[in-house]
Design a protein around this ligand. Structure first.
Ligand code: GLU
Ligand code: MG
Length: 438
């Protein structure tokens, strides 16, 4: 049998193809392959393509787009005879407005004008399921939080061993609370690099899971009665080589204002950090996912947690995002919300050290603690009202909202067909089909 391996080559010396990778509005990697000898052309004049069928790109008149590779992201895929590179999309000479990577690049330029560089460290969580050809999800291990003996560890280790080939530095591998749920944290980096790293990370996890006969899913809430998958973000801003969030006695003024910005825009941000119908089934009490707009130092029920690291380790953990989010748009929105807080010198309110879930509603009211949106539909309404967050998406805003509104309407129609209530917390087959591969 001809396996094709002799044709494609199995190792880096015989690499014949190059994957040109960008992400669509959903943060899903898309691209094309070109023969390796077009690499120079891909980085210089770029490779033209028809973008009219890319989710979230339609609607902007003409379809002639150009992919230009960013050579700083070039890697060779260790298990396949191909290499990959991320890039920017252009329309003519101008950046294509709906290209998420270009949106983040612009936002980072604005941040730089204000004197800051942003660093982000993610904590992506995922489930492994056994493949069984149906939507009945089969959990392959019975492990719990920090279980060291689950069969999943073979999968983590292999993932971690592949990560450096993609420029990622694994830091901690552990079993999460859900059976079959895992987390691998990797080293924080400058924001654009981390967004690329998240895309690479999911690619590695899915590929390695497949090698083990498993499915990996990053969907925010695959099973109703199990914890969801979060993607907490550790955020810090640096100025002149120093952490601008650090001060002698805890968080700096800059950090507190940034936090004020996050809280002030939290409700609108969810449309971007939690952009799927399924995301809102994660944001319910009882599973360590945030529900209320609050912050604290130790409290894991809070939306923003301040880990006890000072000096250059000073940072804040934004616990809302989930791994269905487009990391480029998420970072753009979150950083602009924080920058708005810095510019307007917003003070963070709604500090709590109690468990917010267990608090009486009246006590929450007294403390001025708001609730996060309960659905994608509600979050989109919040987004439309929030100028700062809207503008953070720049030219991608209109495409994003139109795309997501159609998604929400499609779900509502499905519910009607199935005679299910709009606020059902059941994970529907509609969601599994649409989001299992996010
Ligand atoms: N899985 C939880 C979430 O949905 C987070 C668990 C943790 O604290 O790491 O965000
Ligand atoms: Mg976790």
């Amino acid at each position: 049998m001809n396996t094709g391996l002799s044709v494609y080559g199995k190792d880096a010396r015989t690499i014949k193809f190059l994957e040109l990778v960008f992400v669509d509005m959903n943060g899903f990697p898309r691209g094309m392959e070109v023969p390796m000898d077009r690499y120079e052309e891909a980085t210089e004049e770029g490779i033209p393509f028809d973008g009219s069928s890319i989710p979230g790109f339609e609607g902007i008149e003409d379809s002639d787009l150009i992919f230009r590779a960013d050579p700083s992201t070039y890697v060779e895929v260790p298990w396949e005879g191909v290499s990959r590179v991320y890039g920017y999309i252009y329309k003519g000479r101008k950046p294509y407005p709906a290209d998420p990577r270009s949106v983040l690049r612009e936002v980072l330029k604005e941040l730089e004008k204000a004197g800051f560089r942003a660093y982000v460290g993610p904590e992506p969580e995922f489930y492994l399921f056994r493949k069984n050809g149906s939507w009945k999800l089969e959990i392959p291990d019975g492990g719990g939080y920090f279980d060291l003996l689950s069969p999943g560890r073979d999968v983590w280790r292999e993932i971690a061993l592949y990560m450096p080939a993609f420029g990622l530095t694994p830091e901690v591998l552990h079993h999460e609370v859900g059976m079959g749920q895992h987390e691998i944290d990797f080293r924080y980096d400058e924001a654009l690099r981390t967004a690329d790293n998240i895309i690479s990370f999911k690619y590695i996890v899915k590929a390695v899971a497949r090698m083990h006969g498993l499915h990996a899913t990053f969907m925010p809430k695959p099973l109703r009665d199990f914890p969801g998958n979060g993607m907490h973000l550790h955020l810090s801003l640096w100025k002149g080589g120093e952490n601008a969030f650090a001060s002698e006695d805890g968080l700096s003024e800059v950090a507190l204002h940034f936090l004020g910005g996050l809280l002030a825009h939290a409700r609108a941000l969810t449309a971007i950090t939690n952009p799927t119908v399924n995301s809102y089934k994660r944001l319910v009490p009882g599973y360590e996912a945030p529900v209320y707009v609050s912050w604290g130092y130790r409290n894991r029920s809070a939306l923003v947690r301040i880990p006890a690291f000072w000096g250059n380790g000073a940072r804040m953990e934004y616990r809302c995002p989930d791994p269905s989010a487009n990391p480029y748009l998420t970072f753009a929105a979150v950083l602009m919300a924080g920058l708005d807080g810095i510019r307007r010198k917003l003070e963070p309110e709604s500090y709590v050290e109690e468990n917010v879930y267990e608090m009486e509603g009246s006590r929450r009211k007294e403390l001025g603690i708001e609730t996060l949106p309960g659905s994608l539909g509600e979050a989109l309404e919040e987004l439309k009202k929030d100028k700062t967050v809207r503008e953070s998406l720049r030219g991608a805003y209109r495409n994003f909202v139109e795309y997501k509104e159609r998604e929400w309407e499609g779900y509502l129609e499905y519910l009607k067909d199935q005679r299910l209530p709009e606020d059902t917390l059941d994970v529907t087959e509609w969601e599994l089909r649409r989001y299992f591969n996010v």
